[in-house]
Design a protein around this ligand. Structure first.
Ligand SMILES: C[S@@+](CC[C@H](N)C(=O)[O-])C[C@H]1O[C@@H](n2cnc3c(N)ncnc32)[C@H](O)[C@@H]1O
Length: 295
């Protein structure tokens, strides 16, 4: 039986394929992948034509031999290297549970953080993994550890949306923080932003929307702090394994000022973040009646 599979996930992987193929064309080569493929490797198999190297991270030790069996069965055994442990810990320490270093794998073209669980507003643990990954990318690019073209890299992030939201305080605080400079905007724009803000905090707002603001806001700031520009390509909500509601993000990250990163205050556009749609697999806004800010 293939785990981590659903109609929605297959559609999301297919959609990712087009931006992966685009990067492969622009770079003029096959790409390197770092992520959480699981032993079934649904993502790696779907993107196989565009991949040269696969760095697979897996926290379940019992999955590792199964993962290499899959690699063998699909003719990928010479392309796949695995690391054992929690990716959050490995990216910070740069070694896995076997003591194997990850330092030489960077820079990576495609990072796929395909978590089975949710993101925690309070702890931000999984977003700190993104921060470690972005820092490693920057360090390796600055060290000139690149012999091929590197137009940009892709980060795919997937997490589960809990059926019942926990304490909404952190979420509210973050959206309030995002709109903190709006008081200086012209009145008509300011009012639209406040209307959108009220909607975000209301019961009508699907939980995917505040999550999207949180992830985009945090991620853009982190990319900018490290001298990169992050652009969202798509945010999709789909129904995953066992009907879990999943949120999937595609980001394109371009190096812009690696040597002198802009100190982060809030250079990202809050209106773009609030307005950015969360789509269904069919490509429609999951809440077409939400208030959109017109500039
Ligand atoms: C959702 S599955 C990946 C599915 C795969 N990307 C695909 O498209 O078919 C996540 C895999 O990563 C592992 N995993 C989850 N969180 C992890 C973490 N923090 N560190 C390392 N492995 C993790 C899980 O055990 C599982 O095998």
């Amino acid at each position: 039986m293939r785990a981590f599979s659903s109609v929605g996930k297959d559609l999301a992987r297919r959609d990712d394929s087009s931006i992966i193929a685009e990067l492969s064309r622009k770079a003029g080569r096959k790409l390197s992948y770092l992520g959480l493929p699981s032993p079934w490797m649904g993502d790696v198999l779907a993107w196989k034509p565009f991949l040269a190297r696969v760095f697979a991270v897996e926290q379940e030790k019992r999955y590792l031999s199964h993962l290499m069996d899959t690699a063998y069965a699909y003719g990928l055994v010479n392309q796949v290297v695995y690391f054992w442990g929690d990716i959050d810990e490995i990216m910070k320490s740069q070694v896995d549970e076997y003591g194997q270093s990850t330092a030489d794998v960077f820079p990576i073209d495609l990072i796929n953080l395909d978590y089975c669980r949710g993101l925690d507003y309070q702890e931000f643990k999984k977003l700190s993994t993104l921060e470690s990954l972005i820092t490693r990318q920057r360090q390796s690019l600055l060290a000139g550890r690149l012999s091929a073209s590197f137009p940009y890299f892709l980060v795919l992030l997937t997490h589960n949306l809990p059926y019942r939201e926990g304490d909404p305080t952190a979420k509210r605080k973050y959206i309030r923080f995002l709109i903190r400079d709006v008081k200086y905007y012209a009145e008509s724009l300011r009012e639209q932003v406040y209307t959108s803000y009220e909607w975000y905090l209301s019961a009508e707002c699907p939980s995917a929307y505040p999550h999207k603001c949180f992830v985009m806001g945090k991620f853009f700031a982190c990319a900018q702090r490290n001298g990169f520009k992050a652009v969202p390509r798509k945010v999709v909500q789909y129904s995953g394994d066992k009907d879990a509601v999943m949120l999937h993000y595609q980001f394109q990250i371009t190096p812009v000022s690696l040597r002198s990163p802009v100190p982060v205050d809030n250079k990202l556009d809050v209106i773009d973040i609030l307005n950015y749609p969360v789509l269904s697999c069919e490509g429609e806004d999951i809440n077409p009646d939400r208030p959109v800010i017109r500039v």
